[in-house]
Unconditional design. Sequence first.
Length: 159
Amino acid sequence: MDMNTEKLNKILAVFQGERGGLISILQRVQEEFGYLPEPALSLIADFLHLPQSQVFSVATFYDNFYLTRRGDHLISVCQGTACHVLGARDILETAENCLEIKTGQTTPDYKYSLERVACLGSCALAPVVLVDNEVHSKMTPRKVKQLLTEDIDDRKIQA
Ligand code: FES
C-alpha cells in the first residue's frame, strides 16, 4: 500500500488547530496505512511546524510505531520464561524457516511479519504463538510448521 497524500491530508485536516497532537496523528496515520511511510512523517512535521528530526525520533521511540510496511498477518512468538523453557527458541526458528525471513522481518509478499514478544500472560498455555489476535497454545515446531504452511486466509478461525 503506497501512501496516499489525499488520505493523509484528510487525516491532518481533522487535527487542524489542535496543539500537541503528534502522537494522535501518528496513531491515526498508522491506522490508515498500516505503518508510517517516510513521506507522511515529513508532511506531519510541516503540518505541526516541527523539525522532521523530532517527528522521526518520536516515531522510532515507540515500539508500536512501524516505519516499514508490515505483513497482513502478524506472527508473534512468545519468548517469555515459561515459553522459553518449553522450547520457544525452536518454535521461533521453525517460524523463521517456514516463512524464510528473520525475526523482525516481513515476507516479500507482505503476507506475514514475524516478531518475538515477551510474556503474553498465558504461561499455562506455553509455548504460545499469537497469529494476529488468535492464541495458539502448547506449540511445537511441528504445529508451527503446520500453522504457517497452510493458507492462513483460508483457515477457519479457531475459538
Ligand atoms: S512466557 Fe509465554 S505466555 Fe508467559
